[in-house]
Design a protein around this ligand. Structure first.
Ligand code: AOF
Ligand code: ZN
Length: 347
């Protein structure tokens, strides 16, 4: 492996420590190398806290070596005053002569200005090392800034014969298609995304908590559709434990703590409207866990980036048909005796 790639892959590995905790900021990792050795490392942990480069510089014991070192960063160092000061200024102040960057920051506040500032200061800048991997790392952040909408993940479970529910539900209880490993994996996924969305029917019938109780990490913001304010007040989504955003036709008179009502026009394309509202709320990613109608709405609007489909063991013979997508398979995996298929919707 080439030298630059070796250190950049370390940056990516460090960055991944921030998965689920950096929103609305990207995951960024940085290493500082002198004389063929890593002398400092850092990653961005949380919005408002120091950026990766700051943590990397702070971790270097002998700061005099910085003048002869190379700093690797998975994302272009920032040039703006946000919640923290510009990383470019830190690099310039410490006279680090070489900067190696994975990919350019799509945030309009930076977008090449960081690179420009470094070059103008006489620093040798290398751009695009493991660029694809760095873009993949922050695919949510890139979609958010480039398309002005969150990264959208569809998730459902289906029977091997293609149904998401049997014809008759017994005692109105949800029928579990997947095994315990898959269910835990779903909770892990919930900690990785900023929001989780389900439709009215799912909320009323299943009364789901929509939290990540089977994994450690942050709970996503709960998003529910409730056109006619039919969700009862005692429903779990109104337990005040986690922020909930309700998409409705008209604002509910009842004021609920930790709940925001967003009025949308249900006669228009609701997927587009939800995506717009979520952009305004700075929500960078959403996992849509059903039901069928909600998933179908986003599929019909071609407003999705990833579909994660579990195929369980139980055949139903008849029932509610699972959604159909015509995209190529990105990944196939076995989760215990369940099958997991991941498709990507690149256009
Ligand atoms: C970097 N290194 O580790 C990160 C960067 O509000 P602030 O100050 O935290 O700035 C957030 C923006 O800075 C974010 O939108 C992105 O453009 C960039 N993130 N930049 O040099 C980092 N996390
Ligand atoms: Zn920065």
């Amino acid at each position: 492996m080439k030298i630059h790639e070796k250190y950049m892959s370390r940056c990516i590995a460090l960055a991944k420590n921030g998965l689920g905790t950096t929103y609305p900021n990207p995951m960024v990792g940085s290493v500082i190398v002198y004389d063929g050795k890593i002398i400092g490392e850092g990653w961005h942990k949380k919005a408002g806290e120091p950026h990766a480069e700051v943590n990397a510089v702070n971790s270097v014991q002998d700061k005099s070596l910085l003048k002869k070192a190379t700093i690797y960063v998975s994302l272009e160092p920032c040039s703006h005053f946000g919640k923290t000061p510009p990383c470019c200024d830190l690099i310039i102040k410490n006279k680090i002569p070489n900067v190696v960057i994975g990919t350019v920051d799509p945030n309009v506040k930076v977008a090449g200005n960081g690179i420009k500032k470094l070059i103008e200061a006489g620093i040798h800048v290398t751009i695009g090392v493991l660029e694809d991997e760095c873009n993949e790392l922050n695919r949510r952040f890139f979609i958010f800034h480039q398309k002005k909408r969150p990264y959208i993940i569809l998730k459902w479970a289906q029977s091997p014969d293609g149904f998401i529910a049997p014809l008759e539900k017994s005692e109105k209880k949800p029928v579990w298609i997947t095994n315990a490993y898959s269910r835990q994996l779903v909770h892990k996924w919930r900690t990785e995304e900023q929001a989780i969305l389900v439709g009215t029917q799912t909320v009323i019938e299943d009364n789901p908590k929509l939290n990540a109780r089977d994994w450690h990490g942050n709970n996503p913001v709960r998003l529910v559709l409730d056109q006619n304010n039919r969700i009862p007040e005692e429903n779990a989504v109104f337990d005040n434990q986690i922020k909930t955003i309700v998409f409705t036709k008209s604002t509910n008179a009842v004021n609920k703590e930790n709940t925001i009502f967003e009025v949308i026009d249900f006669k228009q394309n609701i997927a587009t409207q939800i995506a717009q509202v979520l952009f305004q709320h700075q929500i960078q990613s959403v996992i849509i866990e059903g039901g069928l109608q909600t998933l179908q709405t986003f599929i019909d609007a071609n407003l999705w980036d990833e579909a994660r489909i579990f195929i369980g063991k139980l055949t139903f013979g008849n029932g509610t048909k699972a959604p159909q997508i015509s995209k190529s398979i990105y990944e196939k995996n076995a989760i215990g005796d369940d099958e997991l298929i991941i498709a990507r919707n690149h256009d």
